[in-house]
Write a protein that binds this ligand. Structure first.
Ligand code: HGY
Ligand code: MN
Ligand code: MN
Length: 412
């Protein structure tokens, strides 16, 4: 049997991702929340890929699909030690098909390179990277890193279903969450689309990630007074939606003076939401990112100050809950250099760049050194069905991953 070329592997891999895109809650778009029916069908499909690649598979306590290739056993010092690879297979609403799954599919495809490595290799297909269904994220990767907070099992979705109950429906055993912490992993590699325009602007197919931004996600409530739209004079209304309009602008204005920071209102609901009722309650989210924890915290303080001023000016009450926070992480310099050599072995010179997007690597960094390889995506578009990569760039990503793993395993 001839060894498939990088191009052939990339073509087959992209066809697999096209099939995975059909695993969605919503026909005609990609919408795959953690522990949903579509996540379960995605787990079944990706598990078949893992088994075809000769990996032992299991679903862990937090719903992460794990594909394992055992080491050769030639080095007693490496017994039970794992190199971790992976990314996520859950998605945002109306998502693209590569954010997460591309990294999982490349990791599975490249495990063959580690056939006679002295250590185990595990491919981790995480299911809770995006958040959205349940407040909080990174449950799976935090469990692997040994930093999981079991209270996150009792978070409930909009229908009152808990993470714990949804895990059981997937066939996972959430009570075993402690067992998922890996003892001294050898390292973690995540391949991921850049989700930004930098590589495209530099004409570079691949990039080496230097760090991942710190992030905070807030849930806010502005509460006024519902009333009859026809009878309550404009003066003296306590209209929560007018207040929210001022709040959204205040969030944006908080970030404008800081070019490396971003602030976004992504979700908003209005109650009671009737055309002839003055809105009494608005709930919305704020997503904050900055290169460092101190810059992130300073931005959060500025947003909080401005939102309280908006509430006061509109005679509204403000309630704020931090539903997610990540300190981001630095990618290990030695692994960055190893990735750099791997990409250069293809005749390319990879830029080094930070990631504004969050990744499971942030959580895994609590337990081991992490590295990320970025793949160029068209227009930097992501979290959007127009997300796209080229077969050539995916072939290069596969080649670079093979080279990284070969050097990691054999120093060659
Ligand atoms: O929001 C993020 O940065 C990631 O896509 N979950
Ligand atoms: Mn994403
Ligand atoms: Mn992602």
């Amino acid at each position: 049997m001839t060894t498939p070329t990088l191009q052939g592997r990339a073509k087959a891999l992209l066809e697999r991702l096209d099939r995975l895109a059909a695993c969605s809650e919503t026909p005609g778009q990609i919408d795959r929340p953690y522990l949903s029916k579509s996540h379960r069908s995605a787990v079944a499909l990706v598990e078949s890929w893992m088994r075809q690649a000769g990996l032992e598979t299991r679903i862990d306590a937090l719903g992460t699909l794990v594909g394992k290739r055992r080491g050769s056993g030639t080095d007693p010092g490496m017994k039970g030690r794992s190199l971790l690879l992976g990314s996520h297979i859950d998605t945002v609403r109306n998502a693209g098909r590569y954010d997460g799954p591309l990294g999982v599919a490349i990791a599975i495809d490249c495990t063959a390179t580690l056939r006679d490595a002295p250590f185990d290799v595990e491919v981790l297909a995480f299911g809770d990277e995006e958040g959205g269904r349940f407040a909080g994220t990174l449950r799976g990767s935090r469990a692997v890193a040994g930093s999981f907070d079991p209270r996150l099992l009792d978070t409930t979705d909009a229908n009152g279903i808990s993470v714990r109950a949804a895990l059981r429906e997937l066939g996972a055993n959430p009570e075993a969450w402690r067992d998922e912490a890996r003892a001294a992993p050898l390292g973690y590699l995540e391949i991921h689309i850049e989700q930004g325009p930098v590589l495209e602007r530099m004409g570079a197919p691949l990039g080496v990630v230097t760090s991942i931004a710190a992030a905070t996600r807030l849930q806010l409530e502005l509460r006024g007074e519902a009333g009859h739209a026809g009878t309550v004079p404009m003066g003296g209304r306590r209209d929560a939606l007018v207040g929210a309009a001022d709040a959204i602008r205040a969030v944006r204005d908080s970030a404008l003076p800081h070019p490396e920071s971003v602030a976004t209102v992504g979700q908003l609901t209005v109650e009671p939401g009737a055309p002839n009722v003055i809105p009494g309650l608005v709930r919305f989210t704020v997503d904050l990112r900055a290169p460092t924890v101190s810059q992130r915290d300073a931005l959060e303080s500025e947003v909080t100050r401005r939102l309280q001023a908006v509430a006061d000016a509109n005679d509204l009450s403000l309630a704020m809950t931090r539903i997610h926070a990540s300190d981001g992480c630095a990618c290990a310099p030695a692994l960055q250099d190893r990735l750099d050599r791997a990409v250069r072995s293809l005749g390319l010179t990879p830029p080094r760049l930070p990631s504004g997007a969050g990744h499971d690597a942030m959580a895994i960094a609590a337990a081991t050194e992490v590295a990320m390889l970025f793949v160029r995506c068209k227009g930097g578009i992501s979290h959007n069905p127009a997300e796209s990569v080229t077969e050539d760039d995916v072939a290069l990503a596969i080649g670079a991953t093979d080279a990284f793993l070969r050097e990691f395993a054999h120093g060659t």
